[in-house]
Design a protein. Structure first.
Length: 150
């Protein structure tokens, strides 16, 4: 019984150390930014959503209707959701969201498309495999805030 407890404690320490390391690694990375004037496509892991991935059912999320004249007006809503603005430009906004326990960082990127009448959005975890739907929930919460403000 004593050996079982020791093994469990050692395993718990290893898992906690691994998660803390992953949290550290996510804090040392940067948002991917724009690629050829568009948002970076999602990778194969189920830890991201993007409105530019229209043919990808798992990662696709509908763009947000353009209800603001500039992305600067979206900053307060992002901060209300717990985000920190990293970069703000006329048509591009990058923000970071950190988890409370291990400090895992997720990126939220917005690209204003005035011609298309939408704001393209990408929300992705920097590390890990699954986000348990957190990025999709974040985008939908932002959509709801923006629609209620307009």
């Amino acid at each position: 019984m004593k050996q079982f407890v020791v093994v469990c404690v050692v395993l718990a320490l290893i898992v906690t150390g691994y998660l803390a390391f992953q949290g550290y690694m996510s804090r040392t990375q940067k948002a991917p930014g724009l690629v050829d004037g568009g948002l970076t496509p999602c990778g194969p892991k189920p830890n991201a959503v993007c409105s530019s991935n229209e043919g990808d059912g798992e990662h696709y999320i509908k763009p947000i209707n353009l209800c603001v004249s500039s992305l600067a007006s979206v900053s307060a809503d992002i901060e209300r959701l717990g985000g920190k603005i990293i970069m703000l430009d006329t048509d591009y906004l990058a923000a970071e969201f950190s988890s409370s326990v291990f400090g895992f960082v997720d990126d939220l990127e917005l690209l204003r498309d005035a011609k298309g009448g939408v704001i393209h959005v990408r929300s992705a975890s920097r590390v890990g495999y699954s986000d348990l739907g957190v990025n999709r929930q974040r985008v939908e919460a932002l959509r709801k805030l923006l629609e209620s403000n307009s």
